[in-house]
Write a protein of this length. Structure first.
Lengths: 160, 102, 276
């Protein structure tokens, strides 16, 4: 494709360990399967991690720094813990990957994305939150990892 | 279609916004029904393409909500271009759809 | 509390004075009560239910509504609605205007059977008339057909007619009686929550006002993960207050839906809806 692959390859080299998201994507691009999702790409180990540190290590092979340049949009109180709207956006340059983590869920990593060049660092999704929790947004920019977090209160509904 | 995907792709000011709603139970494996755990069943990989070229690859865990909504945006894309979405879940089931940018 | 008493008097007064049911006077008092509670809230906004009272909940709802979760149900409902019955007819043949844009006229009172007919019940009647079995009234295919028919009626003003006949007025009165009667171990009436405390919280949930509450049905409830008709919600409400629910096609629920919807005449159909 273009520059994204080489960027990913560099990330793989620096990450070293197998299972890094960057490595998986590099393979995706090389396989060039048109419009078909490839199950082999799935970072199974990262999705089985029970802490933020372990999940990020498995996914990116590195640890994040705090950043004020990530907008994490979550409700203060979730209307329904099963469907919590979450938006994340970042003004950081050259964003190649993003991820959302929920620290109190049984498995910490909720979702991760690999962005092609030209794809904006702005996405919106819905997560299940098992209980009141810190939600963490992680952004990979110019090969470095950044994070921000916010609390979401999950309460019980009264209307059955 | 057993596993429909609703897609809305619109372009404005050189940016195409893609929103989709995917029909899928996204069972986490932690929920009981009649005393028995419902086994995990969730989308693992979802691929978004523009005119056949990957723009975004998503990796989802069981914490993504049932019948997931997802939206994102990419630079470029013209009216009439094709946006493709394809997913595969942990049981190997698949679905794909393509839509024209409006 | 004094306001509450005033409303009770207002609702009771015409009945006591004239000793005859007067839906128009009831509606004026009913809508007047909510205007009194929330003077700033335009009448048409009541169809947004709980989302009038919390900016955060409204924002979450608006995000959900970007691509509403009932989309699949509406598409599926349309496919079912458009399909032919074995005898060659279809749902369209059972309704005025081919069933499009008519949800605001339901429930109706059927003088032949002396019963209230809600839109879901009318859909089942259509099936029976064409030799098909009835569908479940609470969820599933029928709720999806309902969702499609309601979607084609969005924005139409609710226009429930209570004919000035003894049986129709009796059904209306029975629905009103149900709405205001306390029941269950918690000793709540529908009015206890949805008339007395709209906008207040019950644990994590915000109570919707009774006015306009029917306009968004059927709803996709995130908790359910699929569609449900108004009757499904009635059953849920009854269970919440530890009261034995009535049968989905019971006269009690038909009459309640009749009264409750008639109180919202003039408000726009907003369904299908999405709720937590």
């Amino acid at each position: 494709m273009n520059g994204s692959i080489s960027a990913s390859r560099r990330a793989v080299l620096s990450a070293g360990a197998a299972g890094a998201l960057s490595a998986l994507i590099a393979r995706a691009a090389e396989a060039a399967a048109p419009a078909a999702a490839d199950a082999k790409l799935y970072p199974t180990a990262a999705f089985g991690a029970k802490t933020e540190v372990a999940a990020l290590k498995l996914l990116f092979g590195k640890a994040p720094k705090a950043s004020s340049k990530i907008d994490l949009g979550v409700p203060e109180i979730a209307e329904n813990g099963a469907v919590v709207p979450v938006t994340m956006a970042s003004g950081l340059p050259n964003v190649t990957a993003m991820a959302l983590l929920s620290l109190e869920n049984p498995y910490t990593l909720a979702c991760a994305y690999r962005l092609a060049p030209g794809t904006l660092a702005h996405m919106s999704s819905r997560l299940k939150l098992a209980k009141t929790t810190k939600v963490v947004a992680v952004v990979e920019s110019n090969g470095a990892l950044y994070r921000t977090s916010r609390m979401v209160k999950v309460t019980l509904g009264g209307c059955g | 279609m057993a596993n429909p995907i609703l897609v809305r792709a619109q372009t404005a000011h050189g940016v195409t916004t893609v929103a989709c709603l995917v029909k899928h139970p996204m069972d986490s494996g932690f929920v009981k029904k009649a005393g028995k755990l419902i086994p995990p069943h969730y989308i693992e990989v979802i691929e978004f393409t523009h005119n056949g070229k990957t723009v975004l690859t998503g990796f989802w865990g069981p914490a993504v909500s049932r019948n997931p909504f997802f939206s994102f945006a990419f630079k470029g894309g013209k009216k009439g271009d094709t946006v493709g979405i394809a997913w595969v879940d942990n049981k190997g089931e698949r679905a794909a759809v393509s839509a024209k940018i409006a | 509390m004094r306001r509450w008493l005033l409303l009770l008097l207002a609702l009771a007064a015409p009945v006591a004075a004239a000793a005859a049911p007067n839906p128009a006077a009831d509606r004026a008092a009913f809508q007047g009560w909510f205007r009194h509670l929330f003077p700033q809230l335009p009448l048409a906004k009541y169809v947004d239910g709980p989302y009038n009272f919390s900016a955060s909940e409204r924002a979450q709802w608006q995000q959900i509504m970007e691509l509403p979760p009932y989309g699949f149900a509406v598409d599926h409902g349309k496919a079912l609605f458009d399909a032919r019955f074995p005898d060659g007819a279809g749902y369209a043949s059972c309704f005025p205007h081919g069933g499009i844009g008519i949800a605001q006229d339901y429930p109706q009172f059927d003088p032949k059977t002396g019963r209230v007919v809600t839109l879901p019940i009318a859909i089942n009647r259509c099936r029976v008339a064409h030799g098909l079995p009835k569908l479940k009234l609470t969820t599933g295919d029928l709720a999806d057909i309902d969702a499609y028919m309601v979607r084609t009626s969005r924005g139409h003003k609710i226009d429930v007619v209570v004919p000035d006949t003894k049986p129709a007025l009796a059904a209306y009165e029975a629905g009103k009686e149900y709405f205001y009667s306390r029941r269950g171990q918690l000793n709540f009436s529908c009015a206890s929550c949805h008339l007395q405390y709209p906008g207040h919280r019950v644990r994590g949930d915000t109570l919707a006002p009774a006015l306009g509450i029917t306009a968004s049905f059927p709803i996709y409830r995130s908790k359910w993960g699929n569609m449900g008709t108004l009757v499904r919600r009635f059953i849920g409400c009854n269970k919440n207050i530890r009261s034995a629910p009535d049968k989905p096609d019971s006269l009690a629920y038909r009459d309640l839906e009749y009264f409750l919807t008639a109180m919202s005449n003039g408000l726009p159909i907003a369904g299908p809806g999405a709720r937590p």
